[in-house]
Ligand binder design. Sequence first.
Ligand code: SAH
Length: 354
Amino acid sequence: MRTEPLPLTNVSREELAGMVQVWGEPAFRTKQILQWLYEKRVSSFDEMTNLGLSLRQRLSEHFSLARPELVKRQGSKDTTQKFLFRLHDGRMIECVLIPASPALYGEASDRHTLCVSSQVGCAYDCKFCASGLAGFTRNLTSGEIIDQVLETERLTGQRVNNMVFMGMGEPLANLTNLLKAIDVINAPWGIGIGARRLTISTSGLAPQIKKLAEQPLQIRLAISLHGATDAVRERIMPVNRKYPLARLLEALSYYRERKKQRITFEYILIEGVNDAVEQAHLLAQHADRLGAKVNLIPYNTVEGLTWKRPTESQQEAFLSTLKRAGVAATLRREKGHDIDAACGQLRLKEEQSV
Ligand code: SAH
């Protein structure tokens, strides 16, 4: 029986080397194949002209070079662009390309950030986020994570040099595939984005944070905190019942201890929920203890949800409480709000209509 060819991006270098050996090919073939895949980015095995015909034949029997199919693209070349992709099983995912922003990163910035999804849907049911509204469907494979980079680069002709795992899904709930993808994304023979330019964002899965602390790359970690006490956090993030604040903070100090690396707290400001000055004081204490910085994000409207962002003066008051306490904090102005590409707005409105 013939099985479906496996996307080649789903295969690690070690796995590929194993195949090459089993096929009786010299070891350097692995490097050549990876060059065609990630450097030259060919779309057919026939183009891999320095490989023998029989190897090309074998590769095409076992593997495919097909990528997710673009269903919809929103935004313009110079601004935030959102891509909706259909996966091989018909499921949809989105990713967002955020071009260099002098306002955010300084005049000389050449930063092109890609925000990628790690799952189809999300199981964590945060009460302010669009991605969880339809529930969880499945994990993305490592290849599907990598393909988001390759395909947006092909479509835009732009190289991504900064990545945030802040699209749909909970990356740490898909840790094995995530780390397998990051291996390729980070490798010089792969996509070649430095670990310090990769940020994983999590709703706070304490055990997985500890696991992440054990792996060697200097990937950045962002925590979606959104509440400085259990009472506030639990109201909007059910995950807090499983991993209450004390347990999360303990995992973070372990991470900090091992990695010697600065953590970021993301904190959405939602009117009347988590924007009181007392929360700011407590948040400042948590941040101070961990040496973390804080990214304040005014809540983005999600259709069907009734939360509101606080007034600008309330946002500024929250920010200045943090700053007065000596915490490095910023108040983010969202990009892509108008095309529902901002944080928490990724969901599959199109799914029914396609
Ligand atoms: N599950 C991971 C990855 C998703 S990241 C996590 O929770 O971190 C998505 C980011 O957008 C998170 O910081 C999330 O809290 C934030 N977000 C979700 N809904 C939002 C909304 N309506 N407005 C602003 N930010 C939102």
